[in-house]
Design a protein. Sequence first.
Length: 390
Amino acid sequence: MVRITYIPSLLPGNVMYHCLYPSFRRRTKTETWTGRSGSPLLDYHFTEIRHVGLCSIFCKNGKRILGERVLAKLNSCYVYTCESRNPFLQIFFFTLLTGSLCIFFNTGWKEVPGPYLSSFHLFTIPLEVLFTYACYYIACAADPGIITKDNVKKYMELYPYDGLIFEAKDCTTCKIPKPARSKHCSMCKGCVARSDHHCAWVNICIGHNNHRYFLLFLFALWQFLLYGVYVCFQIYHGKVQSWGLSEAMIRDAATGQDVPLKFRKAMLYVLQEDRIVGALGILCAVVSVIVFCFTLYQLYLLARGMTTNEAFKWEMVQDAIYRGEIWKWVNSKSSSGSGYFYREFEPEETTRGIPPLKGARMVKDFAEVPNLYDKGIIKNLVQILFPTEV
Ligand SMILES: [Zn+2]
Ligand SMILES: [Zn+2]
């Protein structure tokens, strides 16, 4: 069987693409797949996911050992915990944040103002706390841009199909057309416009409407954590001063002479004596690095004009290019102007290296495949910060 799908494209120029599939078919060793990923190039990935041999072995034996009822209960627990919208991580984050703040106000607050912390911090610390809570609430509560029958037309106009990673199709669950860049979220129970990812920390999808609030929350959290590190450090710095450690001398074991106590050793001494503020400072430092890395990744994707969901799809495209499975087809006689072609071959039809259609040229470099949604850093940023009202 040879299947050819033609998808009209909005890309400039008479350009078409071919995709050959033999290599992934050999790799996955399964022919029973029905679902579509939303992209002709990515279906093979879902073929791999459906190849769940280990899981079926566990289910078979689990039923025998635990019994049907226990297994069903375990399954429903798993579905609620891992596959449904639940507030577990929200509660965890809220408890960690509130608990840490309670500990700080109980122990470190009395050190403000101190030798290295002016009374200005008596206002900025509560302000920072309120700002972080407010940003978190907004990120959790904002509508991500759920696609409905009423607004689907506007989203279709806003995000055209590129025919490579997004093709025209309906959502099988919502029974409405699926605009490009959207993704159905089984947890949010709907298709989300320009879906980035489902974030369990805010318990909602990040999409067209709330991406700006998510970035605001990341920024708020990151600067709050850095501020936390600064405050904890300066509290310790003040203790080094007030305990007289900055002028303290210690006897050098090697020379037998008295030498001034180094700042690093003085800080370690304070940490030994008063561990709580130090532990909070270290926690803030560790989490701030994680939040910073994640924010940096989000900004990188923003600069490249792609969402987290699309980054994954582009990776698949890149892999397909390296395997020599994507072909460029320039059709000057095409009445529709331009578009993509996707062709699926049976294993025996493998024609690696041979053009699937006359005149086709193998895409050898990822740079040859344009990203229709990348409008440049400034426009990408504006699109996220000021999304079109739908
Ligand atoms: Zn849907
Ligand atoms: Zn979601």
